[in-house]
Design a binder for this molecule. Sequence first.
Ligand code: PMP
Length: 353
Amino acid sequence: MSRYWSPIVSKLQPYVAGEQPRIPGLVKLNTNENPYGPSPTALEAIRQAADDRLRLYPDPAATELRQTIAARHGLTAEEVFVGNGSDEVLAHAFQALLKHERPLLYPDVTYSFYPTYSLLYGVETVEVSVYDRFQIRLADYDRPCGAIIIANPNAPTGIGLPLADIEALIAAHPDAVVAIDEAYIDFGGDSAIPLICKYPNLLVVQTLSKSRSLAGLRVGFALGRRELIEALERVKDSFNSYPLDRLAQVAATAAIKDEAWFETCRKMLIASRDGLVRELEALDFEVLPSQANFVFAKHESQSGAALQAALRERGVLVRHFAKPRISEFLRISIGTDEECARLVSAFKEILSA
Ligand code: PMP
């Protein structure tokens, strides 16, 4: 707190990102990065663009990237918004589309940036309780609201909702924007993108950080009808004309075009996830059904905090949230098979001690 701060600053509850330590040989399974690395064509695009042209500002509208994303999903570039990571896209959505007199609804166990943005932008919210093992019950969203945001699959649980349920939610709230945050959709869920042609109130948000393995590039996007995208553009152009630099634009475009790399890495990751779930279950973990590139798991007798600390001593990082209802769980990103094996052997050592 400082007398120089604007009054809102002391009221903010900033998001705490997972740590990014530089410890050699670390098995880093704490921030849901993709272990396989970006498409080689994306890296080549960066090399080709790293020249004197960097003295020029980038295309403020990221036209080629938007066209490429649009073409992949059968939409027009006018129905695509891009931003500096989907976090920025989400932030603009909170300000441009999710803030109304009536409250924004989202699950009480979900991505912790939602309450952070709500405080930042003064969005009224109702956190709707998930039930039992973190299930989202759609009937609980049957109440007056200004907008809804759901992460599908949800974070940090990894649990996905069937597309039919998502559609029912969108159809039940024609006067409210329903934003679906699909950061992890490529690891097992069905995207709501095909519903955009049917529903003017649907906004789908995705990222290149996870399934395209480009967390360091910071590119995310939103898809929806022109009316919704225009609102995001108005906020963006009141905030930063150039959120995506030249290198990000060319690399993201190349990454979206590289379907073969995307498919290969995605399939390897899903296979590793299935293998890791079996191993964890054999070690007496309860593992929630995951459609994401991470699992959310709780040991039958050891505390989440103690396990995280013991893993860290053995050079394995996982994420633990010291929050009500989820403090016994660990969120474990799926690494390569080798990394998963190192995690499992560290667990074996800890649990047999
Ligand atoms: N949504 C969810 C549910 C996430 O877990 C994340 C990653 N922390 C994001 C959005 C943001 O990802 P990025 O800003 O890297 O696109």
